[in-house]
Design a protein around this ligand. Structure first.
Ligand code: ATP
Ligand code: MG
Length: 244
């Protein structure tokens, strides 16, 4: 059986910068794959390639065994490959339910408002549906972004640093949410610097360093890999994340 989503030999050059140098990855339904690595390693670029915002210089992305790397971002999202962004991008002045419904509208859902209410309930914001995004705490705004993505009915959900800037209690909600989404059969690809979050919920972890995949395996395997410790886990930033 081919993987639900597969990246083969993904390479990206930005002028003189080789942001990705032949990265392979795959994810299946009900699986959480984390992508970790130092700042500038190429993690967000990988998300940009998978979701059609950046064309790979080499390599391909297959979804249900069909190439998607030449499709427009909205087509890829309609197929079920949906992302959130590293920096919060919420509709500040709209009631939550309207902002979230935009995710469902994009895929021609017959009842976007109902999809939005379901998505808000999933992330625990149903009781705040009448508020505007600007009235939410930072932690709730990040959950709102995930609700927006969920309203588009993803099969593969890509989360770019969902727990960044969160306190322990807020990041705990992210962990619980991801566990719940995995149980529903979603494939989740997670970029996250909080190692507690990554090591708690990942089925597999890949490590990228300067655009190159240096490890791929179960969390325990990756955590003890000498190259990974040298390139990333030994770094103050990650040590801090573990300590939190
Ligand atoms: N649109 C772009 N044009 C030129 N260079 C880019 C572009 N996007 C990313 N880069 C470069 O590609 C490299 C990888 O960046 P990327 O944002 O993918 O890293 P990252 O792993 O997500 O880092 P962080 O952990 O800081 O979010 C960096 O050197 C970055 O400066
Ligand atoms: Mg990034």
């Amino acid at each position: 059986m081919p993987a639900l989503l597969e990246g083969r030999g993904i390479a990206v050059r930005f002028g003189g910068v080789a942001a990705l140098k032949g990265v392979d990855l795959s994810v299946d339904p009900g699986e959480v794959l984390s992508v970790i690595g130092p700042n500038g390693a190429g993690k967000t670029t990988l998300f940009n390639v998978i979701t059609g915002r950046v064309r790979p210089t080499q390599g391909s992305v297959l979804y249900r065994a069909q190439p998607i790397d030449k499709l427009a971002p909205f087509r890829i999202a309609q197929l079920g490959v949906v992302r959130t962004f590293q920096k919060t991008e919420v509709f500040g002045a709209l009631p939550l339910v309207e902002g979230v419904a935009a995710g469902a509208l994009a895929r021609n859902d017959p009842d976007p408002a109902e999809r939005a209410r379901e998505a808000l309930a999933t992330v625990g914001l149903y009781g705040k549906a009448h508020l505007t995004a600007a009235q939410l705490s930072y932690g709730d705004q990040r959950l709102l972004e995930i609700a927006q993505a969920l309203a588009a009915d993803p099969k593969v959900l890509l989360l770019d640093e969902p727990a960044s800037g969160m306190n322990h209690q807020e990041s705990r909600r992210i962990v619980d949410l991801i566990v719940q989404l995995r149980a529903r059969g979603l494939a989740v690809i997670l970029v996250e610097h909080n190692m507690h979050v990554v090591m708690t919920i990942s089925d597999r972890v890949i490590v990228i360093n300067y655009g190159e995949k240096i490890a791929d395996g179960k969390p325990d395997h990756v955590r003890n890999d000498a190259r990974v410790i040298e390139a990333y886990l030994g770094a103050p930033q990650a040590a801090h994340a573990v300590a939190r």
